[in-house]
Design a protein around this ligand. Structure first.
Ligand SMILES: *Cc1c(COP(=O)(O)O)cnc(C)c1O
Length: 441
C-alpha cells in the first residue's frame, strides 16, 4: 500500500488515470521514479503551454529567489508585479488595442470567475448570469452554478442558484444559431429568464469536450449582449495564453469582452496565478471587497513576465502554434475518416483539439492504451467521450507526430478489438444506448 492509498483523500482523479510516481519533468516530458519518460499531452490540463521547466523561465525565477526577491506580498506593490503589469500592457493589451485594468484574485481559476461574477452583479444590480451547456468555470459555489457538469454540480450539497443555462453553439445541431434564442428570451419579459448581469462563455469549451464556438456565433453573442445591456465575460482560463493560436481565444472573432478571466498558463511555469481583466468603467470595486491571501504570488509574476518576453514579443510563436494546430487538425481528420466509421468527429481550434469518440468507455480504452505506450493523454466531455490533445505549445514537431502516432495506434487497436469496423458500429450503438439509459434513469 502506498502513502497515497493510505492517507490521501479519495478525491484524487488524474492520479487514478496515470498511476505512477513522477519525479521530474522537462519540456514535453514527465519522468517517473524508474526514469521512464512520458510524453505529456495533458500539460497540467492546459497549465503548461510552454512546457515543463522552460529554461528561459527557470533562470529568472532561480535568480529572483537567490536574490531574496519578495515571494509573497499580499496585494502590495512590488517590483515583480510592476514588471508583470508593464510587460502585459506593452506586449498583450496595447498591440491588441484592448483597454483593461487587471484585478489580481486568489490564484485559482475559480476565484477569478467568482470575482468576475460578483463584479458583474455589483455593477448591474442584477443577479442572473447566463452560462452555457457543457460550460466549465470552476467548482467553488458561484462558479459551480455556471458549470454544467452534473458530477461536479452534485457535490455542491446545496442549491446552485443565480444562473440560467442556454444552449452553446452547436448544441442543437449545425445550422442552429443559439444566440437567436438568447436574443428572443432576453426580449420577452415572460420568457422566464431574468435579465442577466452577464453572460459567461468559453470561446472553446475545454472540460466540456473541446467544443469550439464559431467565430460568427461569438460575434452574434457579443451583439446580443450589447443590445440588451448585458456584460460579456470570456472565461479564457484554459483557451487563453496562446492555446488557440492567438494570445486570447476570442481575438480571431474580433470581439471585445467586458471582462476576461485568465489563469492556468498565465504564469507559464505551472505556478498558481489568476487575474480578471476588467473594462475600466466597470472597475467599481471598493478596496478589499474581493480579497485573497495569495493574490501576490510574486514568483508567478516573475515567470509570467519571462514567458511574455520569451514568446509574445512578436507573432512568430503564435504563428508556429497555428502551424502545429493545422498539423494536428490534419492528423485528426485522417484518424476520424480511417477509424471513425462516420461516428468519430473532430473537435476544437488551434492547438486545442480532440476526437469525439461518442463513447466514454471507448475513449477511456484509447487513453489507457496510449499511456501503456508512454503517452499521457486525457478525456473530457459530458461522458468523457472526447480524447483531448493539450500538449505543450512548444513541443517539437517530431514529438508531436510521435504523440499523434501513439494515439492513432491506440485507436486502431481499440477498434480492432471491437471486432471490425462493423463490430465497432455495434459497440458504438450499445454505448449510445447505455448513455441514453444513464441519462434517463
Ligand atoms: C480550469 C478552469 C477553471 C477553473 O480553474 P481552477 O484553477 O481549477 O479553479 C475555470 N474555467 C475554465 C475554462 C477552466 O478550464
Amino acid at each position: 500500500m502506498t502513502i497515497f492509498d493510505e492517507i490521501e483523500s479519495e478525491v484524487q482523479s488524474y492520479a487514478r488515470a496515470f498511476p505512477r510516481v513522477f519525479t521530474r519533468a522537462s519540456g514535453e516530458f514527465l519522468y517517473d521514479e524508474d526514469d521512464n519518460a512520458y510524453l505529456d499531452f495533458l500539460a497540467g490540463a492546459g497549465t503548461l503551454n510552454y512546457g515543463h521547466n522552460h529554461p528561459e523561465l527557470m533562470a529568472p525565477l532561480i535568480s529572483y529567489i537567490r536574490d531574496s526577491g519578495i515571494s509573497h506580498g499580499l496585494d502590495m506593490h512590488t517590483r515583480a508585479k510592476a514588471e508583470f503589469l508593464e510587460t502585459f500592457n506593452e506586449l498583450i493589451l496595447k498591440p491588441r488595442e484592448l483597454q483593461y485594468v487587471v484585478q489580481f484574485t486568489g490564484p485559482t481559476g475559480t476565484n477569478a470567475v467568482e470575482a468576475a461574477l460578483k463584479l458583474a452583479r455589483k455593477v448591474t444590480g442584477r443577479e442572473n448570469v447566463i452560462s452555457f451547456t457543457n460550460g466549465f468555470h470552476g467548482v467553488s459555489l458561484g462558479a459551480l452554478a455556471t458549470t454544467g457538469n452534473s458530477h461536479h454540480r452534485g457535490a455542491a450539497g446545496i442549491g446552485l442558484s443565480g444562473s440560467s443555462r442556454l444552449p452553446y453553439d452547436g448544441y442543437l445541431g449545425e445550422g442552429v444559431d443559439t444566440t437567436v434564442y438568447l436574443d428572443k428570451v432576453l426580449s420577452d419579459p415572460s420568457s422566464g429568464v431574468d435579465l442577466p448581469a452577464a453572460v459567461i462563455v468559453e470561446a472553446v469549451q475545454g472540460e466540456g469536450g473541446i467544443n469550439a464556438a464559431s467565430l460568427s456565433w461569438l460575434r452574434n453573442l457579443e451583439s446580443v449582449c450589447k443590445k440588451h445591456g448585458v456584460l460579456l465575460i470570456v472565461d479564457d482560463i484554459q483557451a487563453g495564453c496562446g492555446r488557440t493560436g492567438t494570445f486570447f481565444s476570442f481575438e480571431e472573432a474580433g470581439i471585445r469582452p467586458d471582462m476576461v478571466t485568465l489563469s492556468k498558463s498565465l504564469s507559464g511555469y505551472g505556478l498558481p496565478f489568476a487575474v480578471v481583466l476588467i473594462r475600466p468603467e466597470l472597475d467599481q470595486w471598493k478596496p478589499g471587497e474581493h480579497n485573497g491571501t495569495f493574490r501576490g504570488n510574486n514568483l508567478a509574476f516573475v515567470t509570467a513576465t519571462a514567458a511574455l518576453r520569451q514568446f509574445w514579443q512578436d507573432d512568430s510563436f503564435a504563428a508556429d502554434v497555428r502551424r502545429k494546430g493545422q498539423y494536428v487538425e490534419e492528423r485528426i481528420a485522417g484518424i476520424v475518416s480511417k477509424y471513425g466509421d462516420g461516428r468519430f468527429s473532430a473537435r476544437g481550434r488551434g492547438m486545442f483539439r480532440g476526437i469525439d469518440c461518442v463513447s466514454g468507455e471507448l475513449a477511456g480504452k484509447i487513453t489507457r492504451k496510449a499511456f501503456e505506450q508512454g503517452l499521457i493523454v486525457e478525456t473530457s466531455g459530458s461522458v468523457d467521450q472526447v480524447v483531448k490533445f493539450l500538449c505543450p505549445l512548444t513541443i517539437s514537431d517530431s514529438n508531436l507526430s510521435r504523440g499523434m502516432d501513439i494515439v492513432e495506434q491506440a485507436i486502431s487497436e481499440v477498434c480492432a478489438e471491437a471486432g471490425s469496423v462493423a463490430g465497432a458500429r455495434g459497440y458504438f450503438d450499445e454505448q449510445k444506448q447505455a448513455v441514453a439509459y444513464q441519462a434517463a434513469g
